[in-house]
Design a protein around this ligand. Structure first.
Ligand SMILES: Nc1ncnc2c1ncn2[C@@H]1O[C@H](COP(=O)(O)OS(=O)(=O)O)[C@@H](OP(=O)(O)O)[C@H]1O
Ligand SMILES: Nc1ncnc2c1ncn2[C@@H]1O[C@H](COP(=O)(O)OP(=O)(O)O)[C@@H](O)[C@H]1O
Length: 224
């Protein structure tokens, strides 16, 4: 939670979260996928999105690659539209501080989307435990229930991710062409107490997505 600033005062909305949730007939929450690049976060999150959509649940996927095309664009992307200094100042790369800011911003957006009553699915590497825990605290602080953050660890061995390598990034990282690549020369801190852990190296994306939906029902986030 950020500190108070006397010149910026919170404005209550005229429609409450409870009213929106009643209209939707389900709660809003944040389902946070974390795992190595290539672990299957986007694929499984999108498969969950489809399953929930078919059940009439209001959902949206915030995907790392997509968010880094806009809100959290990389410096190189921003310099196409703005001058280089602008890109360097506002773009987010893959150093620890930039990843922290990436996750902080996405956490804030996900919290707003949960407040709007959506089951918000996010797919970010989010390699640092403290950054994920910080989002957990922010999201959970929004309601009295305090349990709207569901962490999903897509636990796929590095060798499997590297063999998939759909964007050829592991190859480039091994060749030293990309620095700070998670799992190669930057850390990935696995969750200690994720609500859901998926064995991403076995099972089809559809099977894994079904497991997530079953867990969400068991956790009371959606009805059976
Ligand atoms: N250095 C480095 N490390 C990890 N990943 C990298 C890196 N450089 C580029 N990419 C590509 O960017 C995607 C990860 O972006 P995220 O916003 O999810 O990363 S983070 O949460 O800020 O760590 C990631 O996408 P996914 O493969 O979908 O995870 C990669 O395609
Ligand atoms: N459970 C799975 N089994 C086999 N292949 C998978 C599985 N999940 C994802 N894939 C494939 O692995 C690659 C990386 O998946 P992706 O969802 O983009 O991972 P991430 O978002 O974690 O980087 C894609 O080519 C995808 O089709």
């Amino acid at each position: 939670m950020s500190k108070e600033d006397p010149i910026v005062v919170w404005h209550e909305s005229s429609v409450s979260r409870e009213q929106r949730e009643k209209l939707n007939a389900h709660r809003g929450c944040v389902v946070w996928f974390t795992g190595l690049s290539g672990s299957g976060k986007s694929t499984v999150a999108n498969a969950v999105d489809r399953l929930l959509f078919e059940r009439g649940v209001r959902t949206y996927v915030l995907d790392g690659d997509n968010v880094r095309h806009g809100l959290n664009a990389t410096p190189a992307m921003l310099t196409e539209q703005f001058d280089e200094a602008f890109g360097q100042r506002f773009g987010l790369g893959f150093g620890q501080q930039d990843r922290e800011e990436n996750i902080r911003r996405v956490g804030a957006v996900a919290r707003l989307m949960a407040d709007a009553g959506l089951v918000t699915l996010t797919a970010f590497v989010s390699p640092y435990r403290k950054d994920r825990d910080s989002v957990r605290a922010t999201v959970n602080a929004a309601t009295a229930a305090g349990n709207d953050f569901v962490e999903v660890f897509v636990d796929t061995p590095l060798e499997v991710c590297e063999s998939r390598d759909p964007k050829g990034l592991y190859k480039k990282a091994r060749a030293g062409e990309i620095k700070n690549f998670t799992g190669i020369d930057a850390p990935y801190e696995a969750p200690n107490e994720a609500e859901i852990t998926l064995d991403g190296g076995t099972g089809t994306p559809e099977e894994l997505a079904k497991q997530v939906v079953e867990h969400l029902v068991a956790l009371g986030k959606i009805t059976a």
